[in-house]
Structures are given as C-alpha cells and as structure tokens.
Design a protein around this ligand. Structure first.
Ligand code: HEC
Length: 170
C-alpha cells in the first residue's frame, strides 16, 4: 500500500515536471501563469483601441452599451449574464479575461482565424482581422489580467434559460 502510494506520488511529480516543460500539453492553470506582457507597450495601446472600436465591450462587458461605455476598464470583458436567445438556443458573451488567460497568443490567433462561434458573436470580424491586430487584442486583455466568473453555459434550442435574455426573432 505504502509502496504503491509513493509510486503514485513519483508518477504524479514526473507528470507535473513533464507538463511544466511542455507548453503544448500545459493545463489551463499553467497557461494562466504565462507571463503577462509588460504594461504600456505599443501593442497594448493598440489592443485597447481595437477592443474599443470593434465593439467587443458591447456584449462582453456588463452594461457597457447601456451606460454609453462609461464602465471602468477593470470591469471590461468579464462576460455577461444576459443571454442572446434565438433559433440557435441561448448564448452568453464569454468572460474574455478568463478565455485569454487559458490560451497562448498563437492559440488565440489560430482560434480567431478558424473558429465559428454561435450568434450573435461576430466571428467573421475575428476571421478578417490581421494577426498583428489579434495579437494586440490578446496582449491588452492579458494585461488587464484574469477577473470575474465564467459566463453562464450555452443553453440548447430546446432549453429554457434561467436569467434575463435578449430575444431574437425566429
Ligand atoms: C453582438 C455581441 C458580441 C460582440 C459585439 C462580440 N461578441 Fe464575442 N461572443 C458573443 C457571444 C454571444 C459569444 C458566445 C458564442 C457561443 O456560445 O458560441 C461570444 C464568444 C466569444 C469568444 C469565444 C470565447 C470562449 O471562451 O469560447 C471570443 C474569443 C470572443 N467572443 C471574442 C470577441 C471579441 C474579441 C470581440 C470584439 C472584436 C467580440 N467577441 C465581440 C457576443 C459578442
């Protein structure tokens, strides 16, 4: 019993060492520990500007549109509890502060250029963005740091969302 326990301990520390050495298979928590880009860089400034003008806050920051954008930056992109309900089911604008903390910069660029999210997420805007702009957005959001809770989970077309929703026709 004692022997197998210590073998298990050995195995798990070997696994931990392996995980910390290899970014490809690093866990979300380890990825969250990636160094945050230094504040004040040009990319961070550009990322702030792009987030502002591309409208990411309109959905991903609680009450941003309703308050005419008068929401402190520390609350930006923490996700919204208001659902978007339509023929696709009910979607929630994700907490991007947590999304980015779990992704490497390269993973983010790949996802942004390749993934189709459900409505009303304008995934086609991410698809059409230049990689340098996506990298700037990533750096800005990582600079803000992880914060808040995950947004509610997607509810399928047959389900009934628990909280408030914006209802789309169809
Ligand atoms: C009109 C509302 C709206 C706008 C504007 C918007 N999003 Fe979204 N976003 C959503 C919704 C809703 C989802 C969830 C989609 C789903 O469930 O498939 C989402 C999902 C995402 C995801 C996936 C997150 C994850 O953890 O899976 C990313 C990344 C994202 N948005 C980034 C952005 C960025 C960057 C911008 C600005 C360029 C932006 N969004 C603008 C509504 C919006």
């Amino acid at each position: 019993m004692h022997r197998s326990t210590s073998r298990a301990a050995l195995l798990s520390s070997a696994l931990a060492a392996l995980l910390s050495c290899c970014p490809v298979i690093a866990s979300a928590a380890e990825q969250a520990a990636r160094p945050v880009p230094a504040a004040g860089g040009k990319a961070i400034e550009r990322g702030r500007y792009l987030v502002r003008i591309a409208g990411c806050n309109d959905c991903h920051t609680p009450a941003y549109a309703e308050r005419g954008g008068a929401v402190p930056e520390k609350e930006w992109l923490t996700g919204s509890p208001v659902g978007f309900r339509g023929p696709w089911g009910t979607t929630y604008a994700a907490n991007l502060r947590l999304t980015m903390a779990a992704l490497s910069e390269d993973d983010w660029v790949r996802a942004a250029h390749g993934k189709q999210y459900r409505p009303p997420m304008p995934w086609f805007a991410l698809r059409d963005m230049q990689a340098a702009d996506l990298r700037a957005i990533y750096r800005f959001i990582r600079h803000l740091g992880p914060a808040g809770e995950p947004a509610p989970a997607f509810v399928g077309p047959g389900g009934t969302p628990g909280g408030p929703v914006v209802q789309f026709p169809g």
